[in-house]
Design a protein around this ligand. Structure first.
Ligand code: SF4
Length: 334
């Protein structure tokens, strides 16, 4: 691979992103966690505010989980921020609040996998550790014309080894970022800009004109559809009732109580069995929210609580609703 050409291209052309202009391992760590499954444009405003509020590991370690989730409401995949907080506390306890410097220590942090550890080590510390993300998979599979299924772990491992062999010949700080940037801006999934790509001279996919057929990724299982009756439950005293999620998806986020059912009458009967009486005030219609692996179809009702309460429900002042971390799937319900 023409690594020198790739690095020169990056030095001259990269976007001046806030988190690419720093070598502070703390900031690089935060940015890499935020960028997991999330677009750069979405992350940027969150990152800026986050670093302002939590400028270092110590400040982050003092955050409370609920407040932290509120700060990142809208980014999705909230479990990563639970781990982020756990990792900050771990660094305070085990590394005297200083971000660890060795790969072995970095990969021990909660929520940090091989990719994130590789990104931190190479970008912050100039150490040759591969960071293979979706962008890098795309660039390498095309450059080398590899049509293995990169959803399969052993094939990713093979590509990771190849990436490792390249980074060992490169300036790790520049190489990792150059590959990510190339994948994001030039070697895009559709219509890659091969004419201006620094790797075009030896790129096999370009030569064969098969760029858009790679990488090969087998189809994910179809999204699962869930149908819910979702209740905005009020009392006569300006309160609304919420539930704090304990499920893996959106754990710790607040939601309106919802029921795995298609009929409000079934829900009313179910609540009556628990000695909870409600009165329906308004049928608010259907809302749909699409996650990566599932779809929620929610039929929303506004109801008044007459008597009883479910132990899982939490009574909240209506004007405090905006201060709580809430799943976007429910926040968008007006
Ligand atoms: S030449 Fe085209 S397909 Fe090959 S790496 Fe560059 S942008 Fe991707």
């Amino acid at each position: 691979m023409d690594i020198k050409k790739l690095e020169a291209w990056y030095d001259k052309n990269h976007r001046k992103l806030l988190f690419r202009e720093t070598k502070d391992p703390y900031k690089i760590w935060i940015s890499e966690i935020m960028l997991q499954q999330t677009q750069v444009e979405t992350v940027l405003p969150f990152f800026e505010k986050f670093i302002h509020k939590y400028p270092n590991v110590k400040a982050l370690s003092l955050a409370d989980e609920e407040g932290l989730k509120k700060d990142v409401e809208g980014l999705g995949y909230y479990r990563r921020f639970k781990y982020l907080l756990k990792a900050a506390k771990y660094i305070v306890d085990h590394h005297d609040s200083i971000f660890p410097k060795s790969y072995e220590e970095v990969i021990k942090l909660p929520g940090v996998g091989k990719y994130t550890a590789g990104a931190i080590m190479s970008i912050a510390y100039h150490k040759p550790y591969s960071a293979l993300d979706g962008n890098v998979i795309r660039v390498l599979s095309r450059y080398l014309n590899l049509n293995d299924d990169f959803r399969i772990e052993k094939n990713r491992k093979k590509l990771d080894d190849i990436n490792q062999s390249y980074i060992e010949l490169a300036n790790p700080h520049t190489y990792t970022q150059a590959m990510m940037e190339l994948g994001a801006t030039i070697c895009r999934p559709k219509k890659p800009k091969c004419e201006i790509c620094p790797l075009n001279e030896h790129c096999l996919a370009y030569e064969l004109n098969i760029q858009e057929t790679l990488p090969f990724l087998s189809k994910l299982k179809d999204k699962k559809l869930f149908q819910y009756i979702t209740l905005k439950i009020y009392d006569h005293d300006q309160h609304i009732f919420l539930r704090k999620r304990t499920e893996d998806l959106l754990e710790g986020m607040y939601e309106y109580p919802q029921f795995d059912s298609e009929s409000i009458y079934d829900v009313i009967s179910l609540l009556e069995e628990k000695n909870i009486l409600i009165d329906v005030i308004e049928d608010m219609g259907n809302y749909k929210h699409i996650f990566t692996h599932q779809i929620w179809e929610m039929h929303i009702y506004e109801v008044i609580l007459i008597t009883g309460v479910d132990p899982e429900w939490i009574k909240v002042k209506q004007d405090n609703l905006m201060n709580l971390p809430m799943a976007v799937a429910h926040r968008k319900i007006k």
